[in-house]
Design a binder for this molecule. Structure first.
Ligand code: FAD
Length: 440
């Protein structure tokens, strides 16, 4: 692949379903929660060792220019991600209710102390006045007399215990309860272990000159994943794009999520790295939403997803020209869709951005759309292949899902086969059986 200017991204392809099995197995053998924790944590410690080896492989193979892709749910119990995601969503919902915001303008709105107290009273949310005064002062870091969404989000970090202040009467349980749920002591420990593993991996990758690309997963894990990746970007993306997040264009909310994260990168001065995909869990997401009776998070049609993909790409590239974020933006067009790739190339031309500036990367899955990856690589664009690896029994569920999700890819495979035959015929007729890569 290197000969054709194509680099690889090693993707440890374990599904969270396989990890759930680990936990179920542990639970069926031993009932004590602490022992279950020990077993699951041992498994995650084994997985982190595989990731570290992967970083070594990437460092050796790519001469400090490659990426390792990881699924965060491989480093901690999936339920932990679900619960953390719920906490984030509850926090967002609370802020939206207090400020009257929507998903699209949540990060534009702010609220004064007086207004906040008034809204709490309207919602019959109890809070001690003096505690509220101190709390407001602590969150209002720029001391402008307002709390915006970025101040508010800090509640999940160092100011976690402050969340418990907001309580209200739960009609169902008949008790006064915190509005935002908390981790139990054991979950707190698990979360901290998971973060330790992740930070160890990120430090190791940084010293090896390897970038980390975090995969996007299902919406019930994704708020937690995004939040953790943003924290990693703040820490590791101070002078380059070492950590990349993944954004799924099939979600209705994606453009506003990108807007939020770009503004945060300006505000906190870090490099913004984004892998842009359409999204791989469409059927599962739609089914889950229908079964549980909430709004389907997926765009209503393929065309709407394509439109979202283009809008996200354009928005990110616009940021490249923003003075504060100039040269601090990278986006990977991770797609087999020829239209998206053509559009990205056109944007580079229109905006006069050289391929070597690494503002836009391209990536396809290993063994799929090779005609695209190899042409891009030979033309001097930063082209990558996602190479799945891992124990066969754990990689198989991943591969079978990719095959199912990429049903449309079968058309591409037919096209690829046609192109291969055409190339074979050309070589036979021209007597050039072995293709030599032209020197750039
Ligand atoms: C390098 C690489 C890395 C990837 N990493 C991730 C990842 O981290 N997380 C992840 O979730 N996926 C990931 N994917 C998979 C990706 O999200 C897509 O499932 C896959 O690439 C197919 O989309 P496409 O853009 O290549 O092609 P296309 O065939 O143009 O698009 C198919 C996609 O369009 C969307 N779509 C299809 N029909 C509809 C409809 N009726 N309504 C709304 N949307 C629709 C779906 O997302 C579907 O997968 C990755 C793909 C690549 C190439």
């Amino acid at each position: 692949m290197r000969k054709f200017g194509v680099q690889s991204i090693m993707d440890y392809s374990v599904e969270s379903d396989s990890l759930q099995n680990i936990e179920e197995k542990a639970a069926s053998e031993i009932v004590c929660e602490k022992k279950i924790l020990k077993i699951t944590e041992n498994e995650f410690d084994k997985i982190i060792k595989i990731f570290l080896k992967c970083v070594d492989t990437v460092a050796n193979a790519t001469k400090r220019e490659g990426f390792a892709a990881i699924k965060l749910t491989a480093l901690g119990r999936p339920q932990l991600f679900t619960k953390y995601s719920e906490m984030i969503v509850q926090l967002q919902t609370f802020f939206k209710a207090i400020t009257g915001s929507t998903d699209n303008d949540i990060f534009l709105n702010k609220i004064s102390k007086e207004e906040f107290l008034k809204r709490l009273e309207e919602f019959q949310i109890k809070i001690d006045n003096q505690i509220f005064e101190d709390w407001f002062k602590m969150l209002d870091t720029d001391e402008d007399g307002f709390i915006d969404y970025y101040d508010w989000e800090a509640l999940l970090n160092e100011k976690k215990e402050l969340i418990q202040m907001f309580t209200s009467f739960n009609v169902r349980t008949g008790k006064v309860e915190p509005l935002i749920q908390q981790f139990t002591e054991i979950e707190e420990q698990e979360f901290s272990n998971m973060m330790d593993r992740l930070l160890h991996l990120a430090d190791y990758a940084k010293s090896a000159g390897v970038g980390i690309m975090i995969d996007a997963e299902q919406t019930y894990y994704q708020p937690a994943i995004s939040r953790i990746v943003i924290d990693l970007m703040k820490k590791y993306n101070q002078d380059s794009c070492q950590i990349m997040n993944t954004y799924q264009a099939y979600l209705k909310k994606t453009l506003s999520t990108i807007e939020h994260d770009l503004r945060l990168s300006q505000r906190e001065n870090f490099y913004f790295g984004c892998k842009l995909v359409r999204g791989a869990y469409m059927e599962e997401e739609s089914k889950r939403a229908a079964d549980r009776g909430y709004e389907n998070p997926i765009n209503p049609s393929y065309e709407a997803t394509n439109e979202m993909y283009n809008k996200c790409l354009e928005r990110i590239i616009k940021e490249h020209h923003n003075e504060t974020n100039k040269n601090k933006i990278s986006v990977m067009v991770a797609s087999h869709n020829e239209e998206s790739i053509r559009k990205a190339i056109q944007i580079l031309k229109d905006e006069v951005i050289a391929p070597s500036e690494n503002v836009i990367y391209f990536a396809q899955l290993y063994g799929m759309c090779d005609q695209i990856s190899f042409s891009l690589g030979q033309a001097g664009y930063p082209a990558f292949k996602y190479v799945p690896y891992g124990p066969v029994e754990e990689v198989l569920p991943y591969l079978s899902r990719r095959a199912l999700e990429n049903g449309s890819m079968l058309q591409n495979l037919a096209k690829e086969r046609k192109l291969l035959w055409k190339e074979l015929k050309r070589r036979l007729l021209s007597g050039q059986i072995i293709h030599r890569v032209p020197i750039a």
